[in-house]
Design a protein around this ligand. Sequence first.
Ligand SMILES: NC(=O)c1ccc[n+]([C@@H]2O[C@H](COP(=O)([O-])OP(=O)(O)OC[C@H]3O[C@@H](n4cnc5c(N)ncnc54)[C@H](OP(=O)(O)O)[C@@H]3O)[C@@H](O)[C@H]2O)c1
Length: 227
Amino acid sequence: MKTVLIIGGSSGIGKSLAYSILDSVNVISLSRTTADINHVNFKEHLCDVLNDDLPEIDTIDALVYCPGSINLKPITRLKQEDFLNDFSINILGAVRVIQQYLSVLKNSSTANILMFSSVATKLGMPFHASVAASKGAVEGLVKSLAAELAPVVRVNAIAPTLTDTNLASKLLRNDRLKEMSAERHPLKNYLQPEEVAEMASFIISEKAKSLSGQIFEMDYGIVNLKV
Ligand SMILES: NC(=O)c1ccc[n+]([C@@H]2O[C@H](COP(=O)([O-])OP(=O)(O)OC[C@H]3O[C@@H](n4cnc5c(N)ncnc54)[C@H](OP(=O)(O)O)[C@@H]3O)[C@@H](O)[C@H]2O)c1
């Protein structure tokens, strides 16, 4: 049975992904709080990937890095610290995890890494300067590593639009905001974590063995359609 390491399996997209694949793969989750998942194929380690020692893991076929940020402020209110925090969680945490587990991952015949960008790299939106800068860096990291690690490790990212998770709870905190958020998208909807998990599950599987160095937009049309 394959083993998928999910950084951030305790909530949102990572937790949905864990649920969707648990019957057929072993899932190991690293997060600061428990996922509260009771399944024979599920293990977790509680740790902060930015500051704590990372646990030894001896088999990994896919590594999925879910931590991210939505820190929206006008540029006049964004401090250097905001940019550094966003860069830390989106990039430095991922780099730390990849460096720790790359040699184990490379032992797998189906090795791959999946990260998360955002529609904010392609669609200019007010107040997104810090998060868009960090997610742009995620896309650069994905492209570069995909080339460097080919043909042994595939590396991809999903760039979702607004997704109904804890991270986006302020933006979807009432029915009016939910309606407005759906209305902004040409396909009149925003994402549920299960939809992103479905895509993630495909990208990390052998069915996607031809895909590397790619950024998959899941955008309900907001980036790609003008209607
Ligand atoms: N939600 C959206 O609207 C949206 C839109 C575009 C892009 N994205 C991107 O999609 C990805 C997943 O987002 P999401 O909405 O599922 O986020 P989420 O609900 O906040 O989940 C993030 C996961 O990462 C874990 N995590 C965060 N910091 C950590 C740390 N320092 N050490 C260990 N684990 C940590 C969290 O667990 P603990 O808190 O327990 O540590 C949680 O399990 C992110 O990269 C996000 O930027 C999301």
